[in-house]
Design a protein around this ligand. Structure first.
Ligand SMILES: O=C(O)CCC(=O)C(=O)O
Ligand SMILES: [Fe+2]
Length: 462
């Protein structure tokens, strides 16, 4: 099973959820001292400024999706360059939605957006390098996932776990030896720092990224999160990939610099090998000229990159670099996530087609494989929609309770409900969803769909 195997070995955050699948594979959580359920941790990120869609932005966003009529957006031409937003005051939330989120275009936020972040103050020396002594004092015993950039396992680097103390010791030695080591170039990736050390104030969630259903869902379930820290020496890099579940990503440099190569959705098709596989390293000889050149940008210390949904990318650390990286999904890329899950299920079904007639619970097995490859199956996707939907329905039906769901103004809630209704209607009609044990669902999906449709009707006058 080349395909499933490929994914199993995929870059953890990029090809796999941090939840059950990630833990089952790598044991990250169990191995991490001090890990605490998300529900119990301080949530500076979640309580940050709220994504409040105004009426006009909601109308624009709804018209955008009406125009698509459930179809995927066609291939959009790559923008000539990546916009740089220098001034926080120059980009209200509504402008971010209009210029970047809906057209699914990348942008870079200046360091002014991260001035004052705890991580930028405490994790960095006056010379702008990682403050190893601080990191050791605070997190020396934490067990962290570390990838070896010199090795390849399917479409990612193999990872192992070690105490941060050992990793920092390696990193210091690597620098002393002129950026070389017999152990190869090691890159600390996908460390769930918020989950493992909830008291550390590293970042303040920028308002643009605050409609974040993946983290809202996992926080509600109290199990996990999609909030990560990366740190590695100059020369460490992340192979070519698109992010998990067609999520957006945002990536902020606490210190150091990164080079990004960004490919608009669809452009990766020209890079496939004869077996349909994607390259590991798009800078390898022989690949140049196969498709339009990627958008290339250098992200400086303190800057934040917004990576849109479905854009493949490859990332190189140009200096010793620490970054905070989150994956997020909301009403604007929910349909892409659902399309992706359906594609993944079809791929799984193709791979195991030969057992279809002899295995009585073949469909159930396909769902199990889907979850282990993609981090979520159809049943959990319903649970995800339900948790997010119910909060929004509460806001719409009882706006005076808004305090219970900070950040969810009525326009935002109304937009979200409309997006969930569209995707849930498609899920409910899907034959593979209809095969899932109905008793697993409370409320029954048809009931939730009706409540959402009532919510959409009621909010049309808002
Ligand atoms: O910084 C890196 O090495 C990879 C970051 C990335 O792929 C992302 O934020 O989506
Ligand atoms: Fe990524």
């Amino acid at each position: 099973m080349r395909r499933a195997g490929q994914r199993r070995g995929g870059a953890a955050r990029c090809a796999q959820a941090p939840g059950r699948a990630g833990r089952a594979r790598a044991g990250t959580r169990a191995a991490s001292p001090g890990s605490a359920p998300c529900a119990a941790r301080r949530l500076p990120a979640v309580l940050a400024p709220a994504a409040r869609m105004d009426r006009e932005t909601r109308a624009l966003a709804e018209a955008h999706f009406r125009g698509l009529a459930g179809r995927p957006p066609g291939p959009a031409p790559a923008p000539p360059r990546v916009d740089f937003i220098a001034e926080p005051a120059a980009l209200p939330y509504a402008a971010f939605v209009r210029r970047y989120l809906l057209p699914n275009r990348p942008c870079v936020f200046s360091r002014a957006f991260t001035d004052g972040w705890g991580g930028r103050r405490r994790w960095v020396t006056p010379a702008g390098t990682p403050d190893f002594d601080y990191l050791l004092r605070r997190f020396g015993d934490a067990v962290v996932p570390v990838a070896n950039c010199a090795q390849r396992e399917y479409n990612a680097n193999p990872k192992r776990h070690m105490p941060l103390r050992e990793y920092v010791g390696y990193w210091r030695e690597y620098i002393r030896a002129g950026y070389a080591s017999a152990r190869g170039c090691l890159y600390l990736k996908d460390w769930h720092l918020c989950r493992d050390a909830p008291a550390e104030d590293v970042f303040t969630l920028p308002v643009y990224f605050s409609s974040d259903w993946l983290n809202e869902y996992w926080d509600a379930r109290g199990q996990d999160d999609y909030r990560f820290v990366y740190m590695g020496p100059a020369g460490s890099w992340s192979p070519f990939h698109a992010d998990i579940l067609r999520s957006y990503s945002w990536s902020a440099n606490i210190c150091g610099r990164k080079k990004w190569l960004l490919f608009p959705p669809g452009q990766e098709e020209a890079l496939r090998d004869p077996l349909g596989g994607l390259p590991f390293d798009v800078t390898a000889p022989g690949l140049q000229g196969r498709c339009a050149p990627p958008l290339e940008l250098t992200q400086e210390a303190g800057e934040v990159v917004f990576v849109p949904s479905g854009w493949h990318h490859q990332v190189h650390n140009l200096e010793d670099t620490i970054s905070v990286n989150h994956n997020w999904v909301n009403g604007c890329n929910l349909a892409s996530m659902w399309r992706f899950l359906q594609q993944e299920l079809r791929a799984v079904q193709r791979e195991v087609a030969e057992w279809r007639d002899t295995m009585p619970d073949w469909h159930q097995h396909c769902q199990v494989i889907l979850r282990s490859c993609s981090g979520i199956n159809f049943e959990e996707f319903y649970d995800f929609l339900k948790v997010i939907a119910e909060k929004r329905l509460r806001v719409l039906m009882a706006p005076e309770l808004e305090g219970a769901s900070p950040g969810l103004g009525p326009q935002q809630a109304a937009f979200d409900v409309g997006r969930i209704a569209e995707v849930l209607a498609s899920l409910v009609a899907h034959p593979d969803f209809q095969r899932v044990e109905a008793a697993a669902f409370l409320p029954p999906p048809g009931v939730l769909l009706r409540r959402l449709e009532e919510g959409v009707a009621a909010s049309s006058v808002l």
